[in-house]
Design a protein around this ligand. Structure first.
Ligand code: CA
Ligand code: CA
Length: 209
């Protein structure tokens, strides 16, 4: 009787031990499985982090692309009009290049045509011809008195006019407000534009920081 009871007790202990082992294994498996989705120790975690990293890289890329933006446009400048709005807007730090492409013009009727470099006669600065046309007139009646008559000249907003000629590349200074426009014209006496003929086409390239 005792031995039978003893053997029954041993079986019960063995069954309980087996159940305990199974429970322990289940707990161990759960302990391994549960933390890994939030913490990242399961096989799934690396996949979710792989998905996150490319997304964050993609969201950063447009900033890099915008930082290196380039814009190119063409504009036709008429010989017989004052400052012409190119529609190009500029910001401090932009690098701008204005390049003559085609066409010819002059600074007075019946005069041989030339390109954006202006009158090929070195004597014919705008200041010089302004004195011929209007003796006693101040040099301010020209867009850029010291430059050749009929040369392509430019200005940024209401800034000081500058010589462009066939090509001019420069950086927009820090005191220029964002969105300021580029203007171009034929370097002639303002009151004497009406007798000019021709037009030229230029390419304007902007690279923003
Ligand atoms: Ca003229
Ligand atoms: Ca002509």
């Amino acid at each position: 009787m005792e031995s039978t009871n003893g053997s029954g007790c041993a079986k019960t202990i063995a069954i309980l031990a087996s159940i305990a082992t199974i429970i322990a294994v289940v707990i161990a498996v759960l302990a391994w499985l549960l933390p890994f989705s939030p913490v990242g120790t399961s096989p799934l975690a690396p996949r979710s982090s792989e998905k996150t990293e490319p997304n964050s890289q993609v969201s950063n890329q447009p900033d890099v692309l915008n930082g290196g933006a380039n814009e190119t446009s063409k504009f036709t400048v008429s010989a017989n009009q004052s400052w012409q709005d190119t529609g190009v807007t500029l910001s401090a730090g932009d690098n701008i290049s204005i390049t003559y492409l085609s066409g010819q013009w002059d600074w007075t009727s019946e005069y041989p045509d030339f390109d954006a470099q202006g009158d090929p006669n070195p004597q014919n600065t705008c200041e010089h011809i302004s004195k011929l046309i209007a003796p006693g007139a101040t040099p301010g009646i020209c867009a850029l008195p010291s430059a050749q008559a009929g040369a392509l000249v430019g200005k940024i907003g209401n800034g000081t006019p500058f010589l462009v000629g066939d090509n001019y590349t420069f950086t927009i200074s820090n005191n220029v407000k964002s969105g300021t426009r580029l203007y171009l014209m034929n370097n002639d006496v303002f009151d004497g534009l009406g007798d000019n003929s021709g037009k030229i086409e230029v390419m304007i390239s902007i690279s923003s920081q």
